[in-house]
Design a protein around this ligand. Sequence first.
Ligand code: PLP
Length: 419
Amino acid sequence: MLSNFLQKQQYNCVRNFTSRSAERIVKQQLQEIRNAGTWKAERIINTQQSALIGVEGTYNKVLNFCANNYLGLSNSPELMQAAKDTIDSHGLGLSSVRFICGTQNIHKKLESMIAKFHRMEDTILYSSCFDANGGLFEGFVDPVKSKVAILSDALNHASIIDGIRLSGKAKRYRYNHIDMKDLENKLIQAQDQEVRIITTDGVFSMDGDVAPIEKICDLAERYDSVVMVDESHATGFFGKTGRGASEFCNVLDRVDLINSTLGKALGGSSGGFTVGKKCYIDMLRQRSRPYLFSNTLAPAVVGASIKVFDILLKSTELRDQLEKNTLYFREKMTKAGFDILAGEHPIIPIMLYEGKLANEFADEMLKRGIYVIGFSYPVVPKGEARIRVQISAGHTKEQLDKAIDAFVEVGKLKGCLKK
Ligand code: PLP
């Protein structure tokens, strides 16, 4: 009895001691984040995701120009109905990973539709593209049995960087952003490895710039390398038929592996995938840890995603509308005198350069009913603060005009229009 009591006392003592130290240290570190001005706060939306949203703390609805809702499908009645129907037919979830008892006919159907869309051999689904990237590099070839080199663009997404970190024995090379000379040098250095994989974002999310995938494929052929492109900011809408940056660069048939997300243009819920040659996908099903050790994709998400690919395989109407909206916004804003990074992508960086100005600009925009976000260091390099606008096929011309008018008004107020 007594020893039980003493043991409990000792346990409580240790627990309190560790939690008190941790709390003090964590609180101090949180304060440092606040002091550095890099605290990330969340605005709370109380409606569905859409071009027009309700935001807590604002009286009227505001126009949303900062979602990855490129095709305007995040609250599509057709997709929401497909999700509801799939809950009815296939339930809430599988309570299992894929290879134990987590694969339904709809998962196989979605995988084959994605492969058909990308004109590839097979697909493997993940709970997110973060997981797809996390599971790729260690998974697609065994780096213990074979000598592997991974060559990665310096500005690749965090999930690619983390995936490479998990690649164990693979030799890692980071080439300067879209610098083909540097990539070639690194490929030459990597010739002593048996397998080389070049990995790049198709479209880089901060600038909306496109990777030179054609040149990457040329180098891959010359130096016997696999090419993997992350098409998260391109699948469904970029390129003539929405097949992504690989299509935009005319190399659809030369890219070996594509990773992408179901959580942006394709309905905006969640989920990711790797699509490519069957042997690579077969290997990922054997070795990829987020696939082997994480729950299967929820049926509602799968049902809605099947509907998305159904739509995309039949028509380019939505991506055509998005292209039209993007051109219109880019043209009008450039004419108005804003400094905009050139390009054709619906990510449109309005360059303001100073972080404080970018934040104040975004606040003024919200007062005028336009929801945009200022990006500053460390999210973008020092001195390159901006407002990142994201255009959607769901924006009407009136909504685009309202945003442009607000930009011009605030631009004049803040003195950031070119004469
Ligand atoms: N890859 C890129 C290029 C991204 O921009 C993102 C999301 O921000 C991801 C991967 C992760 O996608 P998901 O939200 O499906 O995890």
